[in-house]
Design a protein around this ligand. Structure first.
Ligand code: GLA
Length: 410
């Protein structure tokens, strides 16, 4: 009996230490570039090098975007020993050489697989090769794995088992590899993904370059969800984010302008810069992983300005690690409050309507007593001794304020 007890305690602490080890891998939401929305499965090694160079040149790495995630389409099957290999035409130098290049730029490299025999785009995946593939990824110098769930059974038990198996394989590989769970929210991963070794988990389907889904007359959604649809899911599950595990509402569509890749293929015309800035605002308030997906080598000034704004990035990356709570959702207004370190707060006011509104929100309505200094993160306007937030807000705009109380520790 005593022996069984000792064994159970030892197992318990082993599992806890595995968990602790994995949960420390993304202390704040990861930031980087994900290839899917712009390159789809046409991604090549030269594209990844171009992305790395562009991210350094246009200030994205300096702003904190650290990863390049190679999404689906890199795989070339398995060799005679069943080792997964890259497509020799798209990645002629191999992934190790590419990881070395990305690391030489001070960045990290992510890769993609799926918990089934084949991925969503039909390429070789990792089911029953978890340990072997994790060891291969570690040997290449991979720092992050996005693990998809196409071609897998729909029940939750299988999903949890398959994700845990890959997370354990990553832990056993001897390299710190962040694990991104991508089963699109259907099995409510916010309840179990961290326990299965994930540092982040997709909460909804693939985001498209649009403000909101266009449903047909029968209410059936055509061609993917938009920014507001992902927010709708995320706003209700704030309590599950933090402590090294993050709700992931999918990539930033900022700067795509409806071009190329899966977003453009839907015939999308893309969003306006106001809407892109709103996505950035909402993702940072929601403590979301920030994965740029536009043409970084050809981005315009508006896109660069939105993606590299230090004030908004500091809200996403705040070490307290809290996701904003939606305090008001009525009359076309949504108001979010995100507690920050040192007793500061970020407040976001979103106008979901099609006409400008004048928002007048008393801070006590948001649970904030006393007077605050407010910094408008997008135009740097400072207002002192505020008890009320009064702002004119354009359609689909999100005003974001950083509130500091007199005497708060800086
Ligand atoms: C799924 C994922 C996307 C992308 C594609 C690749 O749809 O949700 O983010 O990874 O697969 O095939």
């Amino acid at each position: 009996m005593l022996r069984i007890g000792t064994f159970l305690i030892a197992m318990g602490s082993f599992i806890c230490s595995l968990k602790a080890q994995r949960s420390g891998l993304a202390a704040v939401p990861p930031m980087g570039y994900m290839t899917w929305n712009f390159y789809a499965d046409k991604i090549t090694e030269q594209d990844v090098r171009t992305i790395a160079d562009a991210m350094v040149a246009n200030g994205l790495t300096g702003a904190g975007y650290q990863y390049i995630f190679i999404d689906d389409g890199w795989q070339g099957g398995r060799d005679k020993r069943n080792n997964i290999i890259p497509d020799a035409v798209k990645f002629p130098s191999g992934i190790k050489a590419l990881a070395d290049y990305v690391h030489s730029k001070g960045m990290k490299l992510g890769i993609y697989s799926d918990a089934a025999p084949l991925t969503c785009a039909g390429y070789t995946a990792s089911l029953n090769f978890e340990e072997q593939d994790a060891a291969t990824f570690a040997g290449w110098g991979i720092d992050y794995l996005k693990y998809d769930y196409c071609n897998a059974p729909s029940d939750s038990v299988t999903a949890k088992t398959r994700y845990k198996r890959m997370a354990d394989a990553l832990s056993a590989s001897g390299r710190d590899i962040v694990f991104g769970i991508c089963e699109w929210g259907g099995r409510q991963p916010w309840f179990w993904a961290k326990g299965a070794g994930g540092s982040l988990w997709r909460i909804a389907g693939d985001i498209r370059d649009k403000w909101s889904a266009d449903n047909d007359a029968a209410g059936v959604e055509k061609g993917g969800i938009g920014i507001l649809d992902a927010v709708k899911v995320d706003a209700d599950i704030a309590a599950h984010a933090g402590d090294g595990g993050w709700n992931d509402p999918d990539m930033l569509v900022v700067g795509l302008y409806g071009r190329k890749g899966p977003s453009g293929d839907l015939g999308g015309i893309g969003c306006s810069d106001v809407e892109y800035q709103s996505q950035m605002s909402l993702w940072c308030l929601l403590a979301a992983p920030l994965m740029v997906s536009c043409d970084v080598a050809g981005m315009n000034e508006a896109t660069k300005r939105i993606l590299t704004n230090k004030n908004i990035l500091a809200i996403d990356q705040d070490k307290l690690g809290k996701q904003a709570i939606r305090k008001i959702n009525s009359d076309g207004r949504q108001v979010y409050v995100k507690p920050l370190e040192n007793n500061e707060f970020a407040v976001g006011i979103l106008n979901t309507g099609t006409a400008a509104i004048k928002a007048d929100i008393g801070l006590p309505e948001l649970g904030l007593e006393g007077k605050y200094t407010s910094l408008n993160v997008w135009n740097n306007e400072i207002r002192k001794d505020q008890k009320k937030l009064s702002y004119l807000i354009a359609p689909h705009e999100t005003v974001v304020l950083r509130l500091t109380q007199a005497g708060a520790k800086k």
